[in-house]
Design a protein around this ligand. Structure first.
Ligand SMILES: [Zn+2]
Length: 341
């Protein structure tokens, strides 16, 4: 096993709630550590990375909506993580926050984040820095951009062109191109969920019809495979399909086709080497990957052009159980301090 393999294995080992198996002792310089926080609609998930990029501690807390609730929640998580690692706040190489919403590309101002109860423009990074006693800079990015950074860091091969495709309530992607985040002029790069997939298709809340998101999201599965469910709808759907249920097979195959279309859009637009499938639906795991790759392989059979793009080989699942977005946020915090984000 090479040094790189060992580092990769260690990166994949994420201790939960401070029950860390590898904790350094504060025996001198503690520089180079960074904290990343993924602020979701239901939970705030934070990690602290050591200077080598390994996750050393993880903390999660319920999300409290509204600016004050979010700022306090972030400050609590940062404080817990630095205490667990024995790293002074002023020694951190950076702090990053991933936010589910529109973040201004220039200064990290959150324009709005509906799921967090934030509807006004707010400089979240400045507020958190002030509350923490004036730490220099807190980087704020859209959560999928953070996930793209994290996925590249955790990749099995070095990769500088990557899309993180999130299949959750909606569908959108974070883009890392030539090693830099692609935010776009207005921070909306990667909003592929509202590309038209089917003419005259299902109505979408965005006002269009037939949007990709109506076919490739967790919400789409909920609608096409209604409950009651004991487990998440995607898991039950894929199990039923695997057991031979004809209706489930039809729903699964249509879903896989839509996700494969998202992959095709991302690769043909940006020629990313990796499309990393994440978001809640990715918890289905290998059966999801197999279904999507199956569609891509069939499309390649029919099209020498698509075959030449080797789409199926570019798709992977986000590593299970690893807080990819929080890891990316910690990296973003460090890169921002270096002026390299
Ligand atoms: Zn739409």
């Amino acid at each position: 096993m090479s040094t790189q393999d060992i580092a990769r294995e260690q990166r994949a080992q994420v201790p939960v709630d401070g029950a860390a198996s590898v904790v350094g002792t504060p025996d001198g310089a503690r520089h180079g550590w960074s904290v990343g926080i993924d602020i979701g609609g239901t939970k705030v998930l934070g990690v602290i990375l050591d200077p080598g990029g390994l996750v050393r501690h993880e903390v999660r807390a319920p999300t409290v909506r509204g600016v004050e609730g979010v700022v306090s929640g972030v400050v609590d998580v940062v404080t817990q993580l630095t205490a667990q690692a024995g790293v002074a706040l002023e020694d951190l190489a950076g702090i990053g926050l991933g936010v589910p919403g529109v973040v201004a590309p220039g200064d990290g101002t959150v324009e709005h984040a509906v799921n967090l109860g934030i509807s006004q423009r707010v400089s979240l990074g400045v507020l958190v820095a002030q509350r923490l006693g004036g730490v220099p800079l807190v980087a704020v990015e859209n959560d999928l951009n953070m996930a793209a950074l994290g996925a590249a860091h955790l990749s099995d091969v070095p990769v500088v062109d990557l899309a993180f495709l999130a299949l959750g309530t909606g569908v959108a992607a974070g883009l890392l191109l030539d090693g830099r985040l692609r935010r776009g002029a207005g921070g909306a790069a990667g909003e592929i969920g509202h590309l038209t997939l089917l003419v005259d298709g299902l109505p979408c809340k965005c006002g269009q019809t037939g949007c990709l998101e109506q076919y490739a999201s967790g919400t789409a599965i909920d609608a096409a495979w209604p409950g009651p469910h004991e487990r998440p709808a995607p898991a039950e759907l894929f199990d039923a399909a695997a057991a031979g249920d004809a209706a489930a097979i039809a729903v699964r195959d249509r879903f896989a086709w839509a996700v494969a279309s998202a992959v095709r859009i991302l690769v043909l637009t940006c020629d990313v080497r990796r499309v990393v499938i994440g978001g809640g639906v990715s918890q289905v795991g290998e059966p999801l990957l197999a279904a999507v790759q199956g569609v891509l392989a069939a499309e390649a059979q029919a099209s020498p052009f698509l075959a030449s793009m080797a789409l199926a080989e570019r798709v992977v699942l986000a590593p299970a159980g690893v807080p990819v977005g929080a890891v990316g946020a910690a990296l973003a915090g460090r890169l921002a301090r270096e002026g390299a984000l």
